[in-house]
Design a protein around this ligand. Structure first.
Ligand SMILES: [Zn+2]
Length: 256
């Protein structure tokens, strides 16, 4: 079973895409043999139209015959209403996790205001997918969620499985993500994003183990074929590829 554990339904506000329709997601899934895709924040959800995002997620679930699943999205500045909406979403079988993004909300990952998201993940027994990246002068908003900042919550909620989206995003971020994963059994990383360093998949497997890494495409911001190709052709065991491409996600998101 192949699971794309990190994609986004709909057109992103920051990256162009020829066809962001649900039909196009399904066509790409069929082409690559992806059985299940998980939208970790549809574009409407994360860019300010949460109810529209809810509708899109349900439509994708219905049109795909249950193959396209979603995460509830939590914005700490609208904590009460987002917790209430997340509960409504998690009651539906289309929703299998919770997503948080520090840069879009400009709230540091170790801030008090993220507690409700972690409590929700604990209460519902679902993974918390977090955007993780590293600081740079060309993208300063990424300072809100470097992997090390999550340690406070990872320790406070050992029962919550946290997936570091993009495995830290850039070189120093990858090192910080791998270190956190080595230190805590509830920390995972996904391969989505545009970090195409040579040998990255092999390095992450060596640093943290294949059982901590998940395939994720970042579709529609990224072409899913790029990440899939890097996993399929990585110099790692067949068993490691099985874990990364599907088995880890099936276990974490309880897909079977
Ligand atoms: Zn993403």
């Amino acid at each position: 079973m192949i699971v794309d554990s990190h994609m986004h339904l709909g057109m992103s506000a920051v990256t162009p895409c020829v066809d962001p329709s649900i039909e196009a997601v399904l066509a790409q899934m069929d082409h690559l043999g992806i059985d299940v895709s998980i939208s970790v924040g549809g574009s409407s959800q994360i860019f300010g139209r949460p109810e529209a995002g809810f509708e899109t997620a349900l439509e994708a679930y219905r049109l795909s015959g249950g193959r396209i699943l979603s995460c509830a999205y939590f914005n700490p500045h609208y904590a009460e209403e987002d917790v209430e909406r997340a509960r409504r979403q998690l009651e539906h079988e289309a929703f299998v996790g919770i997503k948080i993004v520090g840069s879009l909300t400009e709230c540091y990952a170790d801030d008090e205001r993220w507690h409700p998201a972690w409590r929700l993940a604990s209460e519902w027994g679902v993974p918390l997918v977090v955007h993780s990246w590293w600081v740079s002068d060309y993208n300063p908003r990424q300072r809100y969620h470097t992997p090390d900042q999550f340690e406070r919550y990872v320790r406070a909620y050992p029962e919550v499985n946290m997936i570091l989206g993009h495995a830290g995003g850039r070189y120093e971020g990858h090192r910080a993500a791998a270190k956190l994963a080595r230190s805590y059994p509830n920390v995972y990383m996904d391969l989505s994003g545009d970090s195409y360093s040579f040998g990255l998949v092999e390095w992450l497997v060596e640093q943290a183990g294949a059982d901590r890494i998940l395939f994720g495409s970042d579709l529609f911001m990224i072409d899913a074929r790029t990440v899939m190709g890097r996993v399929l052709d990585a110099d790692i065991s067949l068993e490691a590829k099985r874990l990364i491409l599907g088995e880890n996600a099936v276990r974490l998101f309880r897909l079977m």
